[in-house]
Design a protein around this ligand. Structure first.
Ligand SMILES: Cc1cc2nc3c(=O)[nH]c(=O)nc-3n(C[C@H](O)[C@H](O)[C@H](O)COP(=O)(O)OP(=O)(O)OC[C@H]3O[C@@H](n4cnc5c(N)ncnc54)[C@H](O)[C@@H]3O)c2cc1C
Length: 426
């Protein structure tokens, strides 16, 4: 089967949805997504989204981002992200997104490696608040068609020009979707790892296709481990204990009940300290105590964490909880410029699957929703600025047999490429 559209977006997290919403209504936009639209990491974001509070905060926001990234960040990307942050928050509020307020003023929280509070939040479900609003606005737009449970398995390429994708629905029916411009917004790679906070279906499919077609990648071994996920022996996605819990005063303890690290250091530093402590003690986890946070604050600011821990048998207002580091975020990805263009013509990449260098070697907490939104908007603006109808002379036949066993093959390609990149740094 064949389908045609003007712009095709692969992925319905914040990056894909916001890119679609920034395209004019006279363009037909198709969004395909591998699972249900509500199953993206964007829905899981707990802590919040950074914003430049005022001009006096610029230098410190910039320095915090660079320092957390070990100064391997792209300075121009960081500047763009910070400078556009207030505009993005204004857009979100206009879509109905609610951030915590005290009277008419926003309330700001803080996470590790931030030198001052500059994070907007909605309880501990900021991602759900933002993404559900973007999704409902996108569903109302007549020019946007959302196709759920459709998995991209290939790009349609001709002489380094992207003409669309090949994919299949959940019954294995294959379809080609042709487009003038294609945007990859397929999120992270947590599904490739045994322990991750990400949805299991996020397996870096766009990276596998980038490897197949020689599309440039950057820093694909820069993978963030989150220091605190709830320790459990159950299988599946690990439950995150947001860094803002530590930002509000929670402390890490070893088996003897002693603190062993400054909890507000960057994520990689804290995760390494936990691994060291676990090794020293021969334990499978360390402990996080919220004793210093007032019970009312826990229940109002962190209701999701409070309830989830209760379901797992821990009352965080009364006892420390066991935590362990897990794979969490992908700083590297498909190499893009400041307009989110990849090295292939008519192909863009946005959100966690892309790498514009904002995060350097380690992402500063709550910068990723912001980065995804900023550079998704820039992709949409660039597509419109240069829009040129694609002249398509032929359509390629799909042979479904070509894709037998693609999942395992793609997984191997991506993991091997990450290992190779790691070795090149040794
Ligand atoms: C538990 C958790 C907490 C977090 N907390 C925060 C936070 O507080 N602040 C912050 O800034 N960031 C946070 N993050 C990170 C942030 O949520 C993500 O980086 C961001 O949402 C990524 O958005 P995205 O649109 O790029 O990808 P996602 O939201 O992951 O969306 C990816 C989309 O691509 C689709 N897809 C994937 N492969 C295919 C394919 N082959 N074919 C079709 N569709 C495909 C998926 O179905 C999905 O719709 C958190 C992440 C997690 C996991």
């Amino acid at each position: 089967m064949i389908m045609n559209t003007d712009i095709l977006i692969v992925g319905s997290g914040v990056a894909g949805l916001y890119c679609a919403l920034n395209l004019p209504e006279n363009k037909n936009v198709v969004i395909v997504t591998k699972s249900e639209a509500s199953k993206s990491d964007s829905f899981l974001a707990q802590g919040g989204i950074c914003v430049l509070r005022d001009e006096n905060d610029y230098e410190s926001f910039y320095d915090d981002t660079m320092k957390a990234g070990h100064y391997e960040n792209n300075p121009h990307s960081v500047d763009i992200m910070i400078r556009m942050s207030q505009e993005i928050i204004g857009d979100l509020v206009s879509y109905g997104v609610r951030f915590e307020k005290n009277g008419n003023e926003f309330t700001y929280t803080r996470e590790g490696a931030h030198s001052r509070p500059r994070i907007l939040f909605h309880e501990d479900e900021t991602g759900k608040e933002i993404t559900s609003h973007l999704l409902s606005v996108a569903k109302e737009r007549r020019n946007i068609q959302l196709i759920e449970n459709f998995t991209m398995v290939d790009l349609i390429c001709h002489e380094n020009r992207c003409e669309g994708i090949v994919g299949h629905d959940k019954d294995g029916n294959y379809k080609s979707i042709y487009a003038d411009y294609t945007v990859l917004a397929t999120g992270g790679i947590g599904g490739l790892f045994e322990h991750s906070t990400n949805y299991r279906h996020l397996t870096g499919d766009a990276l596998a296709l980038a490897l197949k077609y020689g599309i440039e990648l950057r820093h694909i071994d820069y993978i963030q481990i989150h220091p605190t996920t709830l320790y459990t022996k159950k299988n599946g996605r690990e439950f995150l204990i947001s860094e803002s819990v530590r930002g509000e005063g929670a402390v890490l303890l070893n088996a003897k009940g002693e603190r062993f690290v400054n909890e507000l250091m960057p994520r990689d530093v804290v995760a390494n300290a936990i691994f060291e402590e676990m090794k020293k003690e021969g334990s499978e986890c360390v402990w996080l105590s919220m004793a210093s946070i007032p019970e009312k604050e826990i229940r109002t600011h962190f209701p999701n964490i409070y309830n989830h821990c209760l379901e797992e048998g821990y009352d965080v207002t009364k006892e420390p909880i066991p935590v362990v580091p897990s794979q969490h975020y992908f700083m590297g990805g498909i190499d893009v410029d400041h307009s989110s263009k990849t090295s292939m013509d008519r192909l863009y990449a946005v959100g966690e699957t892309a790498c514009n260098g904002v995060h350097g070697r380690n992402r500063l907490a709550s910068n990723s929703l912001l980065e995804s939104l900023v550079f998704a908007k820039r992709a949409a603006e660039n597509i419109i600025e240069i829009y040129d109808k694609s002249e398509r002379k032929s359509y390629v036949e799909i042979d479904a047999e070509d894709y037998n066993g693609y999942q395992e093959k793609y997984r191997q390609w991506v993991l091997e490429a990450i290992e190779k990149e790691k070795r090149s740094h040794e």
